[in-house]
Design a protein around this ligand. Structure first.
Ligand code: PRT
Ligand code: ZN
Length: 300
């Protein structure tokens, strides 16, 4: 078999909101790539993994057509493609592996400030501008609303001012764009964030083992994102109080301190962030020499 066929291809957004997070996440999984974003492909230097840099809208198709083995893309784009494929009776799909906790946004319907909106029935007999015709149609069907999606590929928020639509359906994160265009969010269709998708095509043992390894590493990186390693000294008598104060920690390591009979050192991995208040409470409970360190990697 051609050696290039044994390499894993991961589709990531070439330039946009997801690019730096996607590449940064893969780097934290141990992948080193040549960094040129002008190229279509970034070759992995230390692992048989290459990144295909493409428009985000093309990512689900590349994965469902088995051109790429994995893809990192917004759930909004994944769901839109899934509905398009389903509506056209197409077989090719992908499996969604997990959410990556970046690229958060929601797909919402918004109405002009002055519009008399009294619930989803107010959408009847209206035109709604969107780039997400599949998701919008799905929502309208489920709510038995008779409205017409009007396709806009960008600048959806100006459609009502242009007289091209009565409402819009677009992505919202801070809500600033809606406010700046005199629009009000009235219904949320989908909560979205970046996700990993995988081809449904069988990969063969070697490639599957590599994909499993990347998925395990991604999982490890995501799990320790908020974790901290905390070290402190304390009187032995304060152990129970201190354990109760350590956020999200299971079994701390307790060690005697050389030259002291009643003092111990406590080390623990906390699965949540350790805030100043917690440190102050630990100190009040008798802890001293507190040290909090970030956790970079963890394997169970
Ligand atoms: O060139 P390419 O097609 O790859 O990029 P793109 O322009 O289609 O996508 P890009 O980079 O803008 O967004 C990529 C992904 O980021 C989206 O598919 C979402 O999953 C996610 N994301 C997160 C967002 C937003 N937040 C977001 N706020 N995508 C777009 N927006 C836009 C929105 O369309 C609206 O115009 O930002 C505006 C609203 O933002 P707020 O903060 O004013 O509410
Ligand atoms: Zn796009």
């Amino acid at each position: 078999m051609d050696q290039s066929e044994q390499r894993i291809k991961i589709a990531v957004q070439k330039t946009g909101r997801l690019t730096d997070h996607s590449i940064g996440l893969l780097e934290r999984c141990g992948l080193k790539v040549t960094k040129s974003k002008d190229q279509l492909i970034c070759y992995g230097e230390n692992m048989p993994i290459d990144l295909l840099l493409v428009r985000d809208d093309d990512i689900p198709g590349l994965v469902s057509d088995d051109v790429c083995d994995l893809g990192i893309v917004g759930l909004n784009v994944v769901e839109e493609k899934r509905l398009q494929l389903e509506q056209s009776g197409s077989e090719g799909l992908f499996k969604q592996i997990f959410e990556l906790d970046f690229g958060h946004c929601r797909l919402s319907i918004a109405a002009p400030e002055g519009a008399n909106y009294k619930g989803s029935e107010s959408l009847n007999n209206s035109r709604i501008a969107t780039s997400y015709v599949g998701l919008l149609r799905d929502y309208l069907n489920k709510h038995e609303i008779d409205a017409e999606p009007v396709f806009f590929s960008g600048a959806v928020e100006i459609a009502p001012k242009l007289g091209r639509a009565d409402f819009i359906c677009d992505l919202v994160s801070s809500g600033g764009t809606l406010v700046a265009n005199g629009l009000r969010e009235v219904a949320v269709l989908l909560q979205s964030e970046a996700v990993v998708i995988q081809t449904l095509a069988p990969l063969g043992d070697e490639k599957q083992a590599l994909v499993d390894k990347i998925i395990q590493r991604l999982d490890g990186v995501l799990k320790v994102r908020d974790s901290k390693y905390i070290m402190l000294n304390a009187p032995r008598s304060a152990l129970d109080d201190i354990r109760a104060l350590l956020p999200g920690s299971e079994a701390p390591t307790v060690m005697p301190l050389e030259g002291s009979n009643d003092k111990i050192a406590i080390h623990a991995v906390c699965r949540e962030n350790v805030f100043w208040e917690t440190l102050e409470n630990l100190k009040a409970a008798g802890a001293s020499s507190l040290l909090v360190l970030p956790v970079e990697k963890m394997l169970p």
